[in-house]
Write a protein that binds this ligand. Structure first.
Ligand code: UD1
Ligand code: CA
Length: 448
């Protein structure tokens, strides 16, 4: 695709209705801040430059969108004023400039591409994405020419006459400008209107006066949702989850109950992966071909190798790397640890800051004691080692290749390859003691 495209993302609003200490557009959908959804959608169109307009005192937002340049809109004087905050970045651009709202994360790159192409088709000065909601209240109305279909005006609700108020073709907010005369157009906009704001939508009127043409392109209402509240955030989440589930299946994963699987925007599943019901994928998960993720597992920032078998009820925390054909079973937590190919950690274990060698077997209830209250220390378990159930491996500790640790041991230091090691209190057995004890207690208490 060879479109010449730059992008301005408006993210200056604090979003008071979110009732949050966080700028609205930093709230996450599918594990990713809304503003980054918008930036990434533009990136799919190979945008060469993406600029973000932020409000005063939003250092975290600036960090979130880095390395993209940001521009501060100090006073909130309207959408045209907001775009002009990035004037320095707009200078000298060619081709297309898309203006996107950071609180509207559902537009697809296919839709944005359609808008850009439509603008280029007749070298329109401005092209706008319009939609037809059941209730147009609150939106700018799109007035089109009956003959040419050209866009002739965008009239904000507060400026509408009665006839215009009846129009149900509305401005979604997404606008594409011809870069070369964009600054001149925006600078010609005034604030002589009901709200006393510089309306970006007045760009259409300015362009027409100069003899340029404008266009409107229709988009499905479902893509236009803007998030102003936690309720709308949840609606956006549900829509994006629906898309991610569909995408996972299209790419060749089986989701037994798609509605109960939650993805992050960056989840990568291989082919013939099977995901059972009630699985959560946090950010940064990559799953290899033929792996099975069984019910009620929770994964984040981890890699699952080909054909590995995870869960049910497994927890893979950041830095877990599970090798090909390895098994991580029920109630097992793995953090910052490599479980090499074919190794098994089947039941009730905590493996943190560790390496589990290929084909090693970690018995039920094994714990790597990785933390002494001050430091995290490493556990190294060799290839083919066998750790007996309910062992505590006190890090730093090293179990050699092929070594066996007897069940119930607490191990420190180093175990040589192929050795057996165990720590066990001496066993005591007193013949008949239990029976005598019961006899005595029955006599004493009268209970059977
Ligand atoms: C805007 C459009 C309207 C459209 C609607 C779609 C204008 C004048 N109107 O109206 O035609 O139907 O969106 O939702 O553009 N913002 C700033 N700085 C400002 C003002 C706004 O960054 O000074 C940002 C807001 O944070 C928001 C976006 O721009 O993300 C839209 O602003 P908002 O005030 O919600 O515009 P609307 O009145 O809804
Ligand atoms: Ca709005």
């Amino acid at each position: 695709m060879s479109i010449d495209l730059s992008v301005v993302v408006l993210a200056a609003g604090m979003g008071t209705r979110m009732k949050s200490a966080l700028p609205k557009v930093m709230h996450k959908v599918a594990g990713k801040p809304m503003v980054n959804h918008v930036i990434d959608t533009a990136a799919h169109l190979n945008a060469t430059k993406t600029m973000v307009v932020v409000g005063p005192d939003m250092p975290k937002l600036i960090e979130t969108v880095a390395p993209h340049p940001t521009f501060e809109q100090t006073d909130r004087l309207g959408t045209a004023h907001a775009v002009l905050a990035a004037k320095e970045g707009l200078q000298g651009l060619t081709g297309n400039v898309l203006v996107l709202y950071a609180d509207s994360p559902l537009f697809t790159s296919a839709t944005l591409e359609r808008l850009v192409k439509a603008r280029e088709e007749n070298d329109y000065a401005v092209a706008v994405l319009g939609f037809r909601p059941e209730d147009p209240t609150g939106y700018g109305r799109l007035v089109t020419d009956g003959k040419t279909g050209d866009l002739t005006a965008i009239v904000e609700e507060k400026e509408c006459n009665d006839a215009q108020r009846q129009i149900n073709f509305c401005n979604s907010g997404v606008m594409c400008f011809r870069a070369e005369d964009m600054i001149a157009t925006l600078e010609a906009i005034d604030n002589a209107n009901a709200k006393g704001e510089y309306y970006l939508t007045d760009a259409v009127e300015v362009a027409l006066k100069k003899g340029h043409r404008c266009a409107a392109v229709e988009v499905d209402e479902a893509e236009t949702l803007g998030v102003n509240s936690r309720t709308q955030l949840a609606v956006a989440e549900a829509i994006i989850q629906g898309r991610l589930r569909e995408q996972a299946m299209v790419y060749g994963a089986t989701l037994i109950d798609p509605a109960s699987v939650f993805f992050s925007a960056d989840t990568k599943l291989g082919r013939d992966v099977i995901v059972e019901p009630n699985v959560v994928f946090g950010p940064g998960v990559v799953v290899g071909d033929n792996a099975v993720i069984k019910a009620f597992s929770h994964l984040e920032s981890c890699v699952v190798g080909e054909g590995a078998d995870i869960g049910p009820y497994a927890r893979l925390r950041p830095g877990a790397e599970i090798g090909a054909g390895a098994r991580v079973g029920n109630f097992v937590e793995i953090k910052k640890a490599v479980v090499e190919d074919g190794a098994k950690v089947n039941h009730l274990s905590y493996i943190g800051d560790a390496r589990v060698g290929a084909k090693a077997n970690i018995g039920a209830g094994t714990i790597t004691c990785n933390y002494d209250g001050y430091r995290k220390q490493h556990t190294d378990i060799g290839v083919g080692a066998f750790i007996g159930s309910n062992s505590a491996l006190v890090a730093p500790v090293e179990i050699g290749d092929g070594a066996i640790v007897g069940a119930g041991s607490t191990i420190t230091g180093k175990v040589e390859a192929d050795a057996l090691t165990l720590t066990r209190a001496e066993r005591v057995e007193k013949a008949g003691w239990a029976a005598k004890f019961r006899e005595k207690m029955r006599a004493l208490t009268g209970k059977k």
